[in-house]
Design a protein around this ligand. Structure first.
Ligand SMILES: Cc1ncc(COP(=O)(O)O)c(C=O)c1O
Length: 438
């Protein structure tokens, strides 16, 4: 049972928020409806039309790649990117087999499962690479270890968590050393910038195959949708072909490859097209939210999700916090339930999330690491120390490193909705501060 915090003396005087504050919800501006109406008026209510053509051009130009292919979801983009990498590396499989059958792929561990499920769609085995504390993304040291253990691996899937770019310079250097390809999952980081070898570039242009998402909770949205981004005309053409059922040049339906129905609709593209001019405005609002939390948490034992100030500019999609180790009250999590013991001066993510929920604000646990997910428990997990599985020993003290599990245990995603007012955010900050009252 969730504790009734409204009767908890720590929260005396706080009124529930009048309007629910969401984690991250869409913000529309009006232009979106005009483009959708245009699609209706011209009867391009299908997976072709001006909105698709224009938004592909605009996004490609913004990201600094030659081609963008608009798809039904970020997941579709990740699937086709992963399949394309598999085909490039290992050739075209039979129709009933994936391109990665019998192959290993090194994958970000703390991410949404859509990043890495395509490895399974393609019959490969995801090997999870532990996280680092500097950006909460794939740890290059653990990646190097993984190549030492599995030197024949040729593909890496790397995500930028919560809009913060990972250590791409190091990751790309390691990939080059081992002749490996990179699928970049920039679903959460559209508009985030990274300094690669002294040059500022956009996330979504850093891999061999790059993916973004326009899901309803993202920095801009089409209600759904995603894009595949590339400099290769051949790859763009292939993804467009696969996404529209792999039709060959024949008067009838003729197929030599497996196809998918993954193309973006011209209606969705109209929404994305209307949103796109507001990308920077959304990023600025998200940044203000992150900074207000940072200042608001001064003096309590927590810190914000970090980023490399020299080498990256996040899009601040989700503001997150992590509790100092010695300020954690006891918290345990099962597969779908949890328990914690309230302790004066201490707190834990589940207590804070419960308190926020009761006052009308939506937070979320940190994405549970993939190596801890029941479905992937049999898959290898590599840390900076090597094999991350089976690390304890009944006769020796200590249990090895697992940074992803630690961030999951001590961190949480804060309400980051750009429609949240300053007053609402101040109440949220007040609630969180009171969780740590001594
Ligand atoms: C890191 C990451 N990758 C992939 C996806 C999948 O994108 P979509 O929902 O557009 O399929 C999401 C979010 O939804 C995500 O957060």
């Amino acid at each position: 049972m969730i504790k009734d915090f409204t009767k908890d003396p720590r929260f005396a005087g706080i009124e529930p928020l009048k309007n629910k504050v969401w984690l991250a919800s869409p913000m529309m501006h009006g232009k979106e409806q005009e483009y959708v109406r245009e699609a209706f008026d011209t009867n391009w209510v299908t997976t072709a039309g001006t909105n698709i053509n224009e938004i592909e051009k605009e996004v490609a130009a913004y990201i600094g790649v030659k081609y963008a292919v608009a798809l039904s979801a970020g997941t579709a983009s990740l699937h086709l990117a992963t399949k394309l990498a598999g085909e490039k590396l290992y050739g075209q499989p039979k129709p009933n087999a994936g391109t990665l059958a019998g192959r290993r792929v090194f994958c970000s561990d703390v991410t949404f499962d859509a990043s890495i499920n395509p490895v399974a769609y393609e019959d490969g085995e995801a090997i999870f690479i532990d996280t680092e504390y500097d950006t909460w993304n794939m740890d290059p040291i653990a990646l190097e270890k993984a190549f030492e253990i599995y030197p024949d691996t040729k593909l890496i899937i790397v995500a930028h968590l919560y809009g913060t770019p990972g250590k791409m310079e190091e990751i790309k250097r390691i990939a080059d050393n081992y002749d490996a390809l990179i699928v970049e999952d920039a679903a959460e980081s559209l508009g985030a910038k990274y300094k690669l070898n002294g040059q500022w570039v956009e996330t979504g242009s850093l891999g061999d195959y790059n993916c973004i998402s326009f899901n309803g909770n993202k920095i801009i949205t089409g209600s759904s949708g995603g894009m595949f981004l590339t400099d290769s005309k051949e790859d763009a053409d292939k993804v467009r072909k696969w996404s529209t059922q792999s039709r060959e040049a024949a008067p009838w339906y003729q197929h030599e490859e497996i196809g998918y129905n993954y193309r973006m609709s011209n209606i969705v593209a109209g929404i994305v097209r209307g949103q796109f001019p507001y990308l920077q405005e959304h990023i600025d609002k998200k940044k203000t939210i992150w900074e207000r939390y940072k200042i608001g948490f001064e003096g309590i034992p927590v810190s914000m999700n970090p980023f490399d100030e020299e080498k990256s500019v996040p899009n601040y999609w989700l503001s997150c916090m992590i509790i100092d180790k010695d300020a954690m009250c006891k918290q345990v999590r099962g597969e779908s339930d949890y328990l914690y013991i309230c302790e004066q001066g201490k707190s834990c993510p589940q207590e804070i999330l419960d308190a926020l929920a009761l006052f009308g604000a939506e937070g979320r646990p940190i994405w549970k690491p993939m190596h801890m997910q029941p479905i992937y428990r049999t898959h290898p997990f590599i840390t900076s120390e090597g094999n991350g599985r089976g690390r304890t020993n009944a006769y020796i003290v200590g249990n090895g490193i697992d940074i992803g599990a630690d961030i999951f245990a001590r961190g949480l995603c804060l309400p980051s909705d750009i429609k949240m007012t300053e007053e609402e955010q101040n109440i949220i900050i007040d609630i969180i501060r009171r969780c740590f009252i001594k």
